[in-house]
Design a protein around this ligand. Structure first.
Ligand code: ATP
Ligand code: MG
Length: 736
């Protein structure tokens, strides 16, 4: 027997050695599913003499694929993995399509359009069809098209189904978009998954050839595959039926991106002869960490019961960190990292800090930079390098210094003002001949011989800039930035797009506003904008990773899937943040699975952290502790001073949830007496975080409450229609 098999337990070994026929490993976190895939590949090559090119292994990230390949080489000998087909669905199918796509009318040298490329093509199509971008946001169109493609709905079918305005416009765009892609010999990301199916249908002989070629197919994280991925895998496996999938329904966290949990739940329907293995030993985490994770996930109704026992000692309890605001939270995390490094022998690389939304990285980054803690952000770039932040900062820079042509070029046509490359070229020429800066040229545009349309567009731009300059003279950085968002519409545009990506960008801009507010509150004085920008320039220059490979990992929980770290901090555990806004129990259950993923990344220690106040939309807001903290068994959760955590609040939460489901009306005749705002809030029962329901707008969440008595207004974020400010008295709201 090949000796590396000894590094597996009995069930793992059986899963590795059951090489023929369909196999599913359905097991909890840290039970060695990924390890089994790796060893199985090594076993097929090393023991069964399967040629590496006959094996197709599909992973969730490129990083996972590289690690797997490396490990196979270690288990056998270097170079053994050569020829192996291993990678993400997208990368593997791009490779396959290069060989075969000529059979369905493309050239093998097709370009791959990333999301930005495909957006600019959509924009171009809209222009040709005379559909104004303000009528239907480009991202919305992109989302609609992508969804249609992934559901295999062709343009003409889509046309027949489209009912509302957006749908009809999208249908028109979809048709031309698809044609243009083909004319450009280009595939977008969705095509990489869908074209193989088209190919298989049009050319059964090719499918047969590939079915023959790939004798063994292995898929990691199967719970997060979407329909197209599922169908491609199924088609390819149809001949040999050697399909090996591993996954955990409790870790399905991508339904918002089209992942379909039924793929794993129905595996046995597709393959009735399948062998199913359940791994019950967890090698990653201490007993205590597992107890915490299992206790929480048990509360989900939709859950396959799984046993999971730790192979480790009981380990330390979880520690609860309570801070008065998010800055203090970040400082505390930094302090623990430094102390644990000094006193407990950990290194920077042993720590991971998780957060629910990308925007939360900003405060952590600022504090870590100040404290000289090396860090790296996974799955995204650092806050100040994000596009929307660079755009907003370019405006601020330009307001301070209108000779800054770099910044000007970044913002002149952002958001789109129909000032294209050609016009900018003309302006540059004009500036050159008049020996002036580009902005001076713009200011003089009235006199120049430019088309009226361009002159109008430039006037609009000048008005925005000059107004902001005026505000900057007297006002704070916060004032400037909020006026900037208002007059350019950059935040409302993102909000209107309402896709996961645009909302993440929206939150980043709001985070910048919060930062400006915090800065303005603490730095009175005239030089505000300069100091604020200096801080940002220094932050942008900061070399995130100072020591090679020894850094703290910062990432969203989504990006942490499949990874493991000795010490894990889960930050921002507050209602409405983690769990993030949810409207249905299914969404809450996905948040809970996400929390389960977060906890089960830890090998030795988990810190659960929340802040009592946090800036949202530029205002400090009072926060409520996350229900997930209360759901952790209180006997294994201690406070910083080492005391047991008492969990009295579970029943309170339960009550409030019950009340929410009962839909009590929000009192409309609120106290008219004066007094502080909190007593008024109490009288209508509305405060930030309250879930409400409006007859027309549907479900929403109160962001803030203003004013008293009859004049009380509530700013509410509605799920379907975005933010609205309503007079409470007339709104006829009910509690959700
Ligand atoms: P996740 O669900 O989080 O993706 P997983 O089930 O894929 O987890 P792995 O990452 O494969 O789990 O394994 C978790 C850890 O346990 C890894 O460090 C792995 O090397 C180790 N491990 C798994 N099985 C064994 C074993 N039989 N002996 C020793 N260590 C093991
Ligand atoms: Mg894994």
């Amino acid at each position: 027997m090949i000796d590396f098999l000894q590094q597996l337990n009995d069930v793992q070994r059986q899963a590795v050695q059951t090489t023929e026929g369909p196999v599913m490993v359905l097991a909890g976190a840290g039970s060695g599913k990924t390890r089994v895939i790796t060893y199985r590949i090594a076993y097929l090559i090393g023991e069964e003499n399967v040629a590496p090119h006959q094996i197709l292994a599909l992973t969730f990230t490129n990083k996972a694929a590289n690690e797997m390949r490396q490990r196979v080489d270690e288990l056998l000998h270097s170079g053994s993995s050569r020829g192996l087909w291993i990678g993400t669905f997208h990368s593997i199918f791009a490779r396959l399509l290069r060989n075969y796509i000529h059979l369905i009318g493309y050239d093998g040298n097709f370009s791959i359009y990333d999301s930005d490329d495909s957006k600019s093509l959509i924009r171009q199509v809209m222009k040709e069809l005379n559909i104004p971008v303000d009528a239907v946001p480009v991202n919305t169109v992109q989302g609609i098209i992508s969804k249609a493609k992934n559901s295999f709905i062709l343009p003409d079918q889509f046309h027949a189904q489209a009912s509302d305005y957006n749908g009809q416009k999208a249908a028109q765009i979809y048709e031309v978009y698809v044609r243009k892609l083909r004319e450009n010999n280009a595939l977008d990301f969705d095509d990489l998954l869908i074209k193989p199916l088209e190919l298989f249908q049009a050319q059964p002989a090719v499918l047969e050839q590939l079915q023959h070629y790939f004798r063994y197919i292995l898929i990691d994280e199967y719970q997060d595959t979407n329909k197209a991925q599922y169908l491609v895998a199924k088609s390819l496996a149809a001949k040999h039926r050697n399909i090996f999938v591993v996954g955990d329904d409790a870790q399905s966290i991508y339904s918002w991106r089209g992942a379909d949990i039924t793929n794993i739940l129905n595996f046995q329907d597709d393959y009735p002869e399948a062998s199913v293995f359940k791994l019950v030993e967890n090698y990653r985490s201490t007993q205590t960490i597992l107890q915490a994770a299992n206790g929480v996930i048990k509360r989900n109704r939709r859950q396959i019961e799984k046993e999971l026992v730790s192979r480790q000692s009981s380990g330390e309890p979880l520690t609860l960190l309570e801070s008065f605001n998010e800055k203090r939270e970040a400082e505390k995390v930094g302090e623990y990292i430094r102390t644990w490094k000094l006193t407990k022998g950990f290194d920077y690389k042993d720590f991971a800090v998780f957060y629910r939304t990308n925007a939360q990285s900003r405060v952590l980054e600022d504090i870590f930079r100040m404290d000289r803690i090396p860090y790296r952000i996974f799955g995204s770039v650092s806050f100040y390098k994000r596009k929307e932040i660079k755009d907003a900062v370019a405006y601020l820079r330009f307001i301070r210094n209108d000779q800054d042509t770099e910044s000007l070029l970044r913002i002149i046509n952002f958001p789109p003002r129909k000032i294209g490359e050609v016009s900018i070229g003309k302006l540059r020429d004009y500036a050159l001949t008049n020996n002036s800066s580009l902005y001076e040229a713009i200011l003089k545009a009235e006199e120049a011989d430019f088309p009226a349309r361009l002159r109008n567009a430039l006037q609009g731009f000048i008005a925005v800039i000059e107004q902001l300059k005026d505000i900057a003279k007297e006002g704070s950085v916060y004032d400037v930035l909020s006026a900037l968002y208002e007059s350019t519409g950059i935040t409302s545009l993102l909000q209107a797009e309402n896709t996961p990506e645009s909302m993440a960008r929206y939150e980043n801009l709001q985070e910048l506003l919060s930062m400006a507010r915090d800065f303005s509150d603490h730095n009175e004085g005239t030089n505000g904008l300069n100091d604020f920008l200096n801080g940002i320039s220094l932050a942008t220059d900061y070399e995130e990773v100072q020591e090679d490979d020894n850094y703290v990992s910062l990432m969203t929980v989504h990006a942490a899937k499949g990874l493991e770290f000795p010490v894990v901090f889960i930050t921002g555990l507050e209602e409405r943040l983690f769990p993030l806004n949810y409207y249905e129990s299914d969404e809450l259950e996905e948040e809970r699975r996400l929390f389960y993923v977060a906890v089960t990344r830890a090998q030795q220690k988990v810190f659960l952290s929340w802040a009592k106040s946090r800036y949202y939309y530029g205002q400090p807001q009072t926060c409520m502790k996350s229900m997930f903290i209360d759901e952790v068994d209180s006997s294994i959760l201690i406070t910083e001073s080492g005391k047991k955590q008492s969990n009295g609040s579970v029943s309170e939460k339960k009550q409030s949830i019950e009340r929410c489901n009962g839909r009590t009306p929000v009192p409309s005749s609120v106290s008219k007496s004066g007094g502080n705002s909190s007593s008024d809030e109490r009288s209508s029962g509305l405060k930030s975080g309250t879930r409400v329901h409006h007859a027309m707008f549907g479900p929403g969440i109160v962001l803030s409450v203003q004013g008293t008595g009859e004049r009380q207004k509530a700013k509410i974020k509605f799920r379907n229609v975005g933010e609205k400010t309503l007079m409470v008295q007339y709104a006829n709201l009910t509690f959700e």
